[in-house]
Design a protein around this ligand. Sequence first.
Ligand SMILES: O=C(O)c1cc(C(=O)O)c2c(n1)C(=O)C(=O)c1cc(C(=O)O)[nH]c1-2
Length: 560
Amino acid sequence: ADITNAMIENAAKDTKNVLSFGMGTQGQRFSTLTQINTKTVGQLVPAWSFSFGGEKQRGQESQPIIANGKMFVTASYSRIYAIDLKTGNKLWKYEHRLPEAIMPCCDVVNRGAAVYGNLVIFGTLDAQLVALDQNTGKVVWKEKVDDYAAGYSMTAAPLIAKGVLITGVSGGEFGIVGRVEGRNPLTGELLWSRPTVEGHMGYKYDKDGKALDAGVTGTVNKSWPGELWKTGGASTWMGGTYDPATGLAYIGTGNPAPWNSHLRPGDNLYSSSTLALDPTTGQIKWAYQSTPNDSWDFDGANEFVTFDMNGKRYGGKADRNGFFYVIDAKTGQLQNAFPFVNKITWASGIDLKTGRPNFIAANRPSDPTKGDGKKGSTVFAAPAFLGAKNQMPMAYSPQTGLFYVPANEWGMEIWNEPITYKKGGAYLGAGFTIKPLNDDYIGALRAVDPKTGKIVWENKNTAPLWGGVMTTAGGLVFYGTPEGFLKAVDAKSGKELWKFQTGSGVVAPPVTWEDGGVQYVAVVSGWGGAVPLWGGEVAKKVNFLEQGGSVWVFKLATKI
Ligand SMILES: O=C(O)c1cc(C(=O)O)c2c(n1)C(=O)C(=O)c1cc(C(=O)O)[nH]c1-2
């Protein structure tokens, strides 16, 4: 059957399908299914496994979509497969023809597709959107979003909100201009385009491509000096969430470009922020900036996951900068902010009245022009730029009231250098080396109570955690590790109840659904992403990990 907007809005409750990234557009990654639970999970065994094949065995970050008896799963290098859910047989595959010169900053990843009507839609590493017929894999429409040679790419799963296809762009390390776009999902037609860098003030397009005022507030050059807003970054590389309860789509934005913050004094709106947008117009309803004048590539692209607390709707966000934010989902008012990692050097806390961080000035890497002109002082900073949390999505359980956050404890040495913008060139103006903080672990899955800010339990992991999390009404939390395991633990205590070696590192989020009275769990396996490329001393430690590319599906060995 055609996937409708009503089905997408109900996706979080639909146990037979997984119709969106986040297992529901709110991004909670919570399933009401209970067949697999704390008592039965020990009997979980593989039902089938499928290899993505070829030589392109790396960086598999995809969350599968389950719809109409099929699994739609993207793979590295802009590939997508349709698989028969019952048999694990391949139905079709589409391999996007990529130019040699693509420039994704952080591996050749893709995090998943969207479904709408009879289409399955995904973004490519050369910044195009492709919509395919779910049954045949034939291309129905294709749209160029932007110029890959200027550093644009797409790695996020698209979002459907109020029947609009909402997408972001990647490329913050190349001085692209971040934006969010709304399209007709059936045709690819652009409905609006909303830049995320103040200066490029909110325009959208009418049907003839004429720029219209989107009623957005802000003043050119108010939060950016000179011309820097023209190459300001703030990419929207993780896509967004949407909550039918508020009618708003929530998009995180990336780092301002370049990294060297002394080149761009000011807050640099709307970089390293959460934006709440009207999905039908792209108008910004509220914005909250977690790291004004970001100097550490903290970014703010992390997912904003909405949930109920004390009879109100809030969003939780585990920011790369190390703080967990609880924000009123309707108004953007900051409710609470607390650390979810042990070491934060850049700020002593967040002022809940103003919403601004209390910066520790001495821990900001210095201005090279105040020294020898070539290199500023090297400072030790934590978290590292790869973040207290990165692309791997967290989960929220309404049953326990806890967020399950895949966190990492690491730091870095960082310094600034001069830089000028050059199209297609890295635009950092900084150098760095990532360092572990502890001998025995980097990753830690943490159960975070949004009411109290307390960590209720944690499970340490030797390598950095890079896969997402899922939680279920069966009292379980599922997550993958770079060491290759998919694990199930008790949602209340973190006690490990089951694990399975998938054969390569898991850097993707699991999903679950039911079919014919049987509950299934699936996860993609295939080590890669930013850690092996940018992890410095940590990358050396995890060099033993092998790459791969497959999807695993599990069910209980005996029918309950
Ligand atoms: O600024 C950007 O546009 C951008 C894009 C991406 C991406 O699209 O994957 C990442 C980052 N930044 C980034 O900072 C980062 O740490 C990162 C890690 C990963 C990954 O998939 O492992 N992607 C990205």
